[in-house]
Design a protein around this ligand. Structure first.
Ligand code: NAP
Length: 557
């Protein structure tokens, strides 16, 4: 028992609950969090909606789905043996390989027997009499747990356009997130893809040469950059393993957990010739370098950003034969990198193919979906398949799809109606004992995901140890700390140009109610700053939280 000021009273035993910790989700985060909780001897489980582990890598099976983080940076770093035995076949591995990786992790650490599959959580209700959560699945199973942890993913609530007549389509239509496990034969089909974000770009590039015709329905154009994928040979893999310590160290110290770190220089520190030469190098190099490894002012200063955007626009013009099509593919509403940059493999060249057409929905919006295709204000387009690569109700969507009921009947979706408020990204007031491992305003989720996740899981696990050692039964975020954190996130986010754009980073999604207003979903202060903030919290004995122990419980509990 430690003597921290905010710990009141002491241990209560035999609480009659099913679990100490219940995690929602067995994806990238939930799987690792479960492993760590079991390792410290906690009674823990994970409820997973799917029939297997992997989360986003289980669901996203659309053609072309692959990493755009370097494979070897998108793996857990916590176990040397795991690192040593796993070989990546490509610099940016495709989805089946990634799913195999997470399946391997589940096997290796004996996690499957602690996961309840096919268990989609539909409600979680806080019990004020005995601080704990009653969790119910779609199948009607119920579980009680002292602490509830969320690891439902950031991008796991897919959304489709509200096109009139969408359900009348006579062919096959689907969201990329719901791609059938058996695959979908697109050969010889007239296919329409709606959406040109990171997902749409991967799908379009992959299927263009396999379908009869491909019609791309683009609303806002996106800035893309080359992925630079390549196989990893055996000697290269061996060499990579030799340098894993340096690789993880580099990611650890980069703001976003990627290999790519902002250049310390600002654009005007060098001549225009040197700038252009550096941009050529970055554009030709694999991964996010052109976005995240650029001069540090390119994502903060509008003039610097405009010059870089012009450089990228010239690349698009050089790669697309028809100048009119090239102009449509160049964004005019936002600068390069101020939204998530899709990485592509010969994406722009797709538009040079005779079977591919770009329909600019800004000029000719969709009027309706018909049984035979899509009607725009200009024409009827006949289709056999419509693929909606239209994104997600990001970050808070997965929370909204579960009926979280906290103290005094407060519903989380009501509390967060106008935007989430969190205490350092790990809890929200009114919802004691609910810990958000993956959730809004957490720095760990704005990073290369596994890197950020390892930070948050480490912190949560330390907190779990503290909870167990001190017999803590109740953890509640302080409202003042919550307000201070929300304000801090808002302020920090103002420093970067991305808050001026309409993308999921800022909570925009016109396919959902309320998605026309900005919300503070992401902390852009970076993983390093966030990690420091969490470490301070731990070192000071969790001052942003009120922490109660068992004997403080009412007699009736
Ligand atoms: P997204 O970035 O939100 O893009 C959705 C696309 O659909 C946009 O082009 C959007 O147009 C369009 N759209 C949405 N509603 C529409 C409507 N009603 N009518 C016409 N067009 C509509 O979603 P995403 O591409 O699925 O990507 C989401 C995130 O997933 C990415 O940012 C990334 O973080 C992650 N992701 C990662 C990888 C990877 O690691 N390899 C791959 C794919 C995705 P507007 O721009 O006009 O809204």
């Amino acid at each position: 028992m430690t003597e921290d000021a905010n710990v009141v009273d002491k241990v209560r035993s035999d609480d009659g609950l099913d679990y100490e910790f219940l995690i929602i989700g067995a994806g990238v985060c939930g799987l690792y969090q479960l492993h760590r909780l079991l390792e410290i001897g906690a009674k823990a489980t994970a409820l997973e909606a799917n029939s297997d582990v992997g989360g986003t890598w289980y669901n996203n099976r659309y053609p072309g789905c692959r990493f755009d983080s370097e494979s070897y940076t998108y793996q857990y770093s916590f176990d040397k043996e795991l690192l040593g035995e796993w070989n990546w076949s490509e610099r940016f591995a495709a989805q089946p390989e990634t799913l195999r990786y997470f399946q391997h992790v589940a096997e290796k650490f004996g996690l499957r027997k602690h996961i309840q599959f096919n268990s989609r959580v539909v409600s979680a209700v806080y019990n004020e009499n005995n601080p704990s959560w009653l969790v119910t699945t779609a199948g009607g199973a119920t579980f009680t747990t002292r602490f509830l942890m969320t690891a439902m993913g950031l991008l796991s609530a897919p959304t489709v356009p509200r096109f009139e007549g969408r359900d009348t389509f006579g062919g096959t239509s689907l969201h990329t997130f719901d791609w059938p496990h058996a695959g979908l034969d697109l050969a010889g089909k007239r296919v329409g893809v709606v959406g040109t974000g990171a997902t749409g770009v991967q799908v379009i590039s992959t299927i263009a040469d396999k379908v009869k015709t491909l019609t791309v329905f683009q609303r806002d154009a996106n800035w893309c950059a080359p992925l630079g994928n390549a196989p990893i040979s055996e000697p290269e893999m061996a060499q990579l393993k030799e340098t894993y310590d340096e690789i993880f160290e580099r990611c650890f110290n980069s703001p976003n957990g990627f290999l790519h770190r902002p250049d310390r220089r600002i654009s005007t520190d060098v001549s225009r010739e040197e700038r252009l030469a550096w941009w050529e190098e970055l554009y030709g190099a694999p991964g996010f370098g052109i976005w995240l490894g650029n001069f540090r002012d390119t994502l903060m200063n509008e003039d610097a950003n405009a010059e870089l955007s012009e450089f990228i626009a010239a690349k698009v013009r050089a790669r697309v034969d028809d100048p009119a099509v090239a102009e449509k593919l160049i964004p005019h509403d936002h600068g390069f990198g101020t939204k998530r940059v899709p990485l592509e493999t010969r994406y722009y060249e797709v538009y040079n193919r005779p079977n591919v057409r770009l329909v600019d929905l800004m000029e000719t919006p969709v009027e309706r979906v018909t049984p035979s295709g899509i009607t725009t204000t200009a024409e009827d387009i006949e289709l056999d398949v419509i693929i909606y690569a239209t994104g997600f109700d990001a970050v808070t969507g997965p929370f909204d799809r579960i009926d979280f009921v906290g103290e005094n009947g407060l519903k989380l979706r009501d509390k967060w109606k106008d935007g989430p408020e969190t205490c350092v990204g790990v809890q929200t007031t009114g919802f004691p004992n609910l810990l958000t491992c993956v959730g809004p305003q957490s720095g760990s989720v704005a990073a290369n995901f596994p890197r950020g996740i390892e930070d948050i899981v480490a912190w949560m696990t330390d907190f779990a140890i503290y909870i167990r050692e001190n017999g803590v039964t109740e953890v509640r975020a302080n409202r003042e700390a919550e307000l201070a954190w929300v304000e801090h996130v808002r302020e920090v986010n103002q420093e970067v140009l991305f808050t001026k754009t309409k993308s999921w980073f800022n909570g925009y999604n016109l396919n959902v109610d309320g998605g026309d207003k900005p919300r503070v979903l992401i902390y852009t202060g970076g993983a390093v700053r966030y990690r420091k903030r969490l470490a301070e919290e731990r070192a000071a004995g969790y001052p942003s939280f009120e922490i109660l122990t068992g004997d403080a419980l009412p007699e009736s509990s």
